[in-house]
Design a protein around this ligand. Sequence first.
Ligand SMILES: C[S@@+](CC[C@H](N)C(=O)[O-])C[C@H]1O[C@@H](n2cnc3c(N)ncnc32)[C@H](O)[C@@H]1O
Length: 222
Amino acid sequence: MSIGHCYEVYDHLLANAARLHDAKWLAEFLQPHCRYRRLGWRGSRLRIVQHPAEFAPFLIFMAAQRVRSYLEIGTSTGGSFFFADSYLRATVPDFERSVGCDRTSKLRDWDEYRARFERIEFRHVGSQDLSLAGETYDLAFIDARHLERWVLHDYEKVKPHCRFVAFHDIVLTNASVDKAWQRIKSRHARHWEFIETAIPPECRCGIGVVEINPAADAAAAR
Ligand SMILES: C[S@@+](CC[C@H](N)C(=O)[O-])C[C@H]1O[C@@H](n2cnc3c(N)ncnc32)[C@H](O)[C@@H]1O
């Protein structure tokens, strides 16, 4: 079975329901769809701009934490957004909704995906103009502008609304997400890092997650 469109991912995941928490299997399932120039991967039409050995354990983490509402800042053509949405629908029984945001509007197969799945929303807006008033999410994934001050900006924007905040490219060279990540993770009692160590350091991206728990975070800071 091959996946030609984003809205077919869910069917393929359901067909493999027993393996969805197996990180090795999930990474192999993801790999043909991941676009990663440093490793010469062009990816499929899904064009997931993630390393599969990092994205797979991150998805499994979200399922284990029962992420029922997902926010992604920086959706691009929708690779990670659609895959995460489909994966959470397939693994979290009471999954509720996803919201994606990007300053450009270039989601692939958006009309078809939205026609098939309820409660998914795309906001064509830059994170500086994104309003989250009155909204809450279990997890926000930040993968937008890869400069320290923008990562900090996006983190401050989503933090009051989330249980977890995740960041892509926490170890990528030629960006400054790593500096933001070092500052952010030091403010929280609990954090997780998903970094593929089987590839050269210059090829790693890394995904970091912090838990937003004001009481625990304040106690850890003392
Ligand atoms: C690396 S791509 C995202 C890749 C996608 N998450 C994936 O893995 O398939 C980064 C995206 O962030 C968007 N972006 C950059 N700055 C932004 C901002 N301030 N607000 C919203 N989107 C932004 C860009 O337009 C681009 O589409």
